[in-house]
Design a protein around this ligand. Sequence first.
Ligand SMILES: CC(=O)N[C@H]1[C@@H](OP(=O)(O)OP(=O)(O)OC[C@H]2O[C@@H](n3ccc(=O)[nH]c3=O)[C@H](O)[C@@H]2O)O[C@H](CO)[C@@H](O)[C@@H]1O
Ligand SMILES: C=C(OP(=O)(O)O)C(=O)O
Length: 509
Amino acid sequence: MTDDYLARIGQLIRDARQHRGWTQLQLADALGTSQSAVNRIERGNQNISLEMIARIGEALDSEIVSLGYAGPMHLRVVGGRRLSGSIDVKTSKNACVALLCASLLNSGRTVLRRVARIEEVFRILEVLNSIGVRTRWINGGADLEIQPPAQLDLNGMDADAARRTRSIIMFLGPLLHRETHFKLPYAGGCDLGTRTIEPHMTALRRFGLEITATEGMYHATVNRQINPERPIVLTERGDTATENAVLAAARRDGVTVIRNASSNYMVQDLCFFLEELGVRVEGVGTTTLTVHGVPDIDRDVDYSPSEDPVEAMSLIAAAVITESELTIRRVPVEFLEVELAVLEGMGLNHDLSAEYPADNGRTRLADLTVRPSKLEAPIDKIHPMPFPGLNIDNVPFFAAIAASAHGSTLIHDWVYDNRAIYLTDLNRLGGRLQLLDPHRVLVEGTTRWRAAEMMCPPALRPAVVVLLAMMAAEGTSVLRNVYVINRGYEDLAERLNSVGAQIETFRDI
Ligand SMILES: CC(=O)N[C@H]1[C@@H](OP(=O)(O)OP(=O)(O)OC[C@H]2O[C@@H](n3ccc(=O)[nH]c3=O)[C@H](O)[C@@H]2O)O[C@H](CO)[C@@H](O)[C@@H]1O
Ligand SMILES: C=C(OP(=O)(O)O)C(=O)O
């Protein structure tokens, strides 16, 4: 950009900001940057990316600088490059969204440290803001401060934002303590086939919640006379279903036992957070949780969610597929033990550092160095199980890793109706994946990836897997409409570029 162009954009931003009646500091807070950076941008003294222009446009709700939002975001990938150096794992999408919902339990001020700046979080923040919860990014945009109002404005809910996430169903647990009648839009999220809310209702009915679903809305009523006097037995060991049960139990005046509970990472982070709120939870990490609820919670708390095992797995896959030596720092190893054991069995050359605690003081982290390896297909099929099995969201990465290994690997994604089907998109890039039925894929390795231009599959992990294959393919590939990736990964392209990838974001203007 020429200086003149920068000055003109800076002037447009200043006009839009003043039109909104904001100070430079307010805009800086909304962007998670400093006032001096906003000042430089407005004076045309700072190079500014299309992404930043788009974010400013969104923050100021201004047509003038909303140029970058004229269309969906795409990625242009120059592949065949080796990665090197080290990259940090960010905090997890799934813990962050659960904690945002959990902040509704607290009348006090909640601060969540190093929250992932991802679309899924942004959607939940939009929903929270629309019902009157004050949120702001603090400490240069690193941390998030949340302060619920005395009375929520549930009728003001931003239904469009709510429908774009699935996590909105975790409002049910906290809301049933605040309201006796309320509405929530149907949960959205990735297109992975049928995902009902019945496993949630198995738990929540026991707290007197009833739901009828009409015209895209769940209509909820709460009978406060009903309480789970006997243990709740979940029919599925679902992550968000467990979280909803725990959220509902947190403000019940009494002890709630939840059996067949998920012990997965996001549930653990939620329980650790609740302990900060004064809610004692016994059995964290096991399948029986005993929650000692507290009817009123009014505390100023500060909590650091842990690192994302699925992002860590994505980065491991990135190194394997591009045959690179890469150090992945802050890997939550306790949630990747089966994955690492399988990879070791396939012949992955890697090193693990000594373990150290995450900022929540509880989760075990380590740094993992992955080196180019001659991988062999595993003898047995790859299939997920609730924790401590192989993580359900990590299965797609094994499809891409299997494509780099000698021999054939059977991947059995029994969990989701649609997800295995999207993995066959890898065939457009030179993969040899045969769909045996909607849940099973036979992957033939090794693979000579080739560049292609394609649409993003409408599911987060398969979409990232396609991106990784593009990074391994010689030549230039284009991946169109990557909202689904941004839903779960913060600045993935930029961060991969920092370790040697060449990925450019662009939009149709
Ligand atoms: C915000 C969040 O935390 N999302 C995660 C959470 O979604 P979430 O908890 O919403 O997952 P669902 O409740 O949709 O469960 C996922 C699928 O697994 C099936 N199922 C699950 C457990 C079980 O014991 N038996 C069973 O059959 C469900 O029927 C469903 O088809 O868990 C999923 C499965 O780990 C992950 O993919 C999501 O990233
Ligand atoms: C399926 C996933 O997430 P969600 O529950 O948000 O759709 C995922 O993280 O892969």
